[in-house]
Design a protein around this ligand. Structure first.
Ligand SMILES: Nc1ncnc2c1ncn2[C@@H]1O[C@H](COP(=O)(O)OP(=O)(O)O)[C@@H](O)[C@H]1O
Ligand SMILES: [Mg+2]
Length: 457
C-alpha cells in the first residue's frame, strides 16, 4: 500500500484583506428589516431587505428555477450584497465569483467554463464511517530485514505497536508499509495515532496529554491531545467537505491513473468529460439517499454579466432548471445594452426570457454619511486608525468621485501614514495621496490636455 500523505492545508496563515472581508451578513433584524449599520453593512436598505427575502425563499427551497439580478451603478455594493447573501446561507456554502468575460477562453468551451463554475459552487458534505485503530502509542518495536538488493542495508519489515485508550490497551502487528509510515512521520511512544484499518494510512494526531512526553516537553510546539476514549479498534465518523468539481477531478484522476500517469504525470486534460460528471452525480445522489451525504448549494456570482452572450444565457437558463444547481446571481451596471452575439438591444443586456425568471434587486449610489460609515468599517478591517478630519476628507472624495475610489485612497493613505511612522491617518496623509493619485475624471482631464498636442503640432 503506497502511502501518499496530504500536507496540511494551512501551514502558516497569510492574511489578505480583500475588498469585502468586512461583510459578515445582510445586517437584518428578526423581521428582515435592515438595521442601518450591522454585519459590516451600511445603508442600501432596500436592496438588503430584498436580499433578505430572497435568502428566506432560498432556504425554504422556493427559488428553484430562478436567478437573482443585481443592477446598479459601479461601486454601489452589488458584489458586497452577493457576498452577504452567501454568508447568510451558512458556513459551508461555497461562493464563486467570476466575471462575464471569463467564459471566453481559447482553450475551453464557454459552456465548459460555466459548468465547472457551477460545480465548484455545489458543496457536498460526505459522512463516512471507517474502522480505525486509535490510541496513544505506549510501545513500538520496528523489525528490520536486509534489503533484497542490498544485504548491507536494512529496511523496515514489520512493526509491533501497543496502543492505549482510556479503556483498553492492545498490541497490534502490521506490515512494511505501516512501519515505513511510522518512521517517516517520526512517530514514537507518547504520540496519539490513527491507523485506517482498511487502507493502512497512518495519521499522527499529536502528543498525548497524559503521556510522559506530553507532560515533560513544556516548550514543545506540537499539538497535544487527550488520550482517546473507547476501544482501540473502533468505527469513527469522518466528515469531508467537497464540491462536485472536486469529486469530478478525483474521479478523472482515478480513471486516467495507472502506470502511465505515474511515469509521465498522466495526460492532463483540460476538460472533464460528461460521463465522469454523470457518474459523480449518480454517486452523490446515492450518498444523499442513504443519508451519507448532504448537499449545500452555494452561490455563483457572475459580475458584469452583460458580457455573457446568448449561448451562455441560454445555457444558464437550462442549468437553473436542473437538480444540482447553485444560486445564480448576475450583476450588471448597464441600463440597456446589446445582447452579445446578437444585434438586439435589451434591458440590462440580458435576454427577456432570462429577465422573466429573475428577481431584480437594484442598488443606489451612497450619500456622504453612508460613505463615511463604510470607510470607518474598512479602516477597522485594515486595522488602521483614522483622524476625524481625515475621514471627513475621504468621505468628501468618495461622494465626489466614487466609493471604491475612496476605499482605495484609504489604503494608500494608510501606507503613507506608515512611511511617516504615524499611528493614525491624518488629513495630511489623505491630502498627499489625493495629490499623488487621480480619480478618473482628473486623469481623463489631464490626458485631454495633451491629446490636442498629439494631434496638432
Ligand atoms: N452597503 C455597504 N456596506 C458596507 N460596505 C459596502 C457597502 N456597499 C459597498 N461596500 C464596499 O464598498 C466597496 C465597493 O462596493 P462593491 O460591492 O465592489 O460595488 P459594485 O460591485 O456594485 O461595483 C467594496 O469594498 C464593498 O465591500
Ligand atoms: Mg462588483
Amino acid at each position: 500500500m503506497a502511502s501518499i500523505r496530504e500536507l496540511p492545508a494551512t501551514i502558516s496563515k497569510f492574511e489578505r484583506i480583500g475588498a469585502h472581508t468586512h461583510i459578515k451578513g445582510l445586517g437584518l433584524d428578526e423581521n428582515l428589516r435592515a438595521v442601518k449599520v450591522k454585519d459590516g453593512m451600511v445603508g442600501q436598505e432596500k436592496a438588503r431587505e430584498a436580499a433578505g427575502l430572497v435568502v428566506k425563499m432560498i432556504k425554504e427551497g422556493k427559488l428553484s428555477g430562478k436567478c437573482i439580478i443585481l443592477a446598479g451603478p459601479p461601486g454601489t455594493g452589488k458584489t458586497a450584497i452577493a457576498v452577504a447573501i452567501s454568508k447568510e446561507l451558512g458556513e459551508n456554502v461555497p461562493f464563486i465569483q467570476m466575471s462575464g468575460s471569463e467564459i471566453y477562453s481559447t482553450e475551453r468551451k464557454k459552456t465548459e467554463v460555466l459548468i465547472e463554475a457551477i460545480r465548484k459552487c455545489i458543496g457536498v458534505e460526505v459522512h463516512e464511517m471507517r474502522k480505525v485503530y486509535e490510541g496513544e502509542v505506549t510501545m513500538i518495536d520496528i523489525r528490520t530485514a536486509p534489503h533484497p538488493y542490498n544485504p548491507y542495508q536494512k529496511i523496515p519489515e514489520s512493526v509491533r505497536l501497543t496502543l492505549k485508550t482510556k479503556d483498553e490497551e492492545k498490541t497490534i502487528e502490521a506490515g512494511a508499509s505501516i512501519a515505513q509510515q511510522i518512521i517517516a512521520e517520526g512517530i514514537s511512544e507518547g504520540h496519539v495515532i490513527q491507523i485506517d484499518a482498511e487502507t493502512g494510512r497512518v495519521a499522527d494526531l499529536g502528543l498525548c496529554l497524559e503521556g510522559q512526553k506530553g507532560k515533560t516537553y513544556e516548550v514543545d510546539t506540537r499539538k497535544k491531545i487527550p488520550r482517546p476514549n473507547g476501544k482501540v479498534l473502533k468505527e469513527k465518523e469522518f466528515v469531508y467537505m467537497l464540491t462536485l468539481a472536486d469529486l469530478d477531478e478525483l474521479n478523472a484522476r482515478q480513471r486516467s491513473g495507472g502506470l502511465f500517469s505515474l511515469l509521465l504525470g498522466g495526460a492532463e486534460s483540460k476538460e472533464i468529460d460528461s460521463e465522469i460528471r454523470m457518474a459523480v452525480d449518480q454517486q452523490v445522489k446515492e450518498w444523499v439517499d442513504s443519508g451519507k451525504g448532504f448537499i449545500h448549494p452555494g452561490v455563483l456570482f457572475i459580475d458584469d454579466a452583460h458580457l455573457l452572450d446568448l449561448e451562455a444565457f441560454s445555457f444558464l437558463g437550462r442549468a437553473m432548471e436542473s437538480e444540482l444547481v447553485p444560486i445564480i446571481i448576475l450583476a450588471t451596471n448597464r441600463g440597456v445594452a446589446t445582447i452579445r452575439g446578437t444585434d438586439i438591444k435589451s434591458p440590462l443586456g440580458f435576454p427577456l426570457d432570462l429577465i422573466d425568471r429573475a428577481v431584480i434587486i437594484t442598488t443606489e449610489p451612497y450619500d456622504k454619511e453612508s460613505i463615511k460609515e463604510i470607510l470607518r468599517i474598512r479602516s477597522n478591517e485594515e486595522k488602521t486608525k483614522l483622524e476625524n478630519d481625515a475621514l471627513e476628507k475621504l468621505a468628501e472624495v468618495g461622494a465626489k468621485s466614487s466609493l471604491r475610489y475612496a476605499v482605495q485612497m484609504l489604503s494608500l493613505a494608510a501606507q503613507n501614514a506608515k512611511s511617516f511612522n504615524r499611528e493614525k491617518i491624518t488629513l495630511e496623509d489623505v491630502q498627499r495621496v489625493d495629490e499623488l493619485f487621480m480619480d478618473v475624471a482628473e486623469a481623463s482631464e489631464y490626458l485631454r490636455k495633451y491629446e490636442e498636442k498629439l494631434l496638432v503640432h
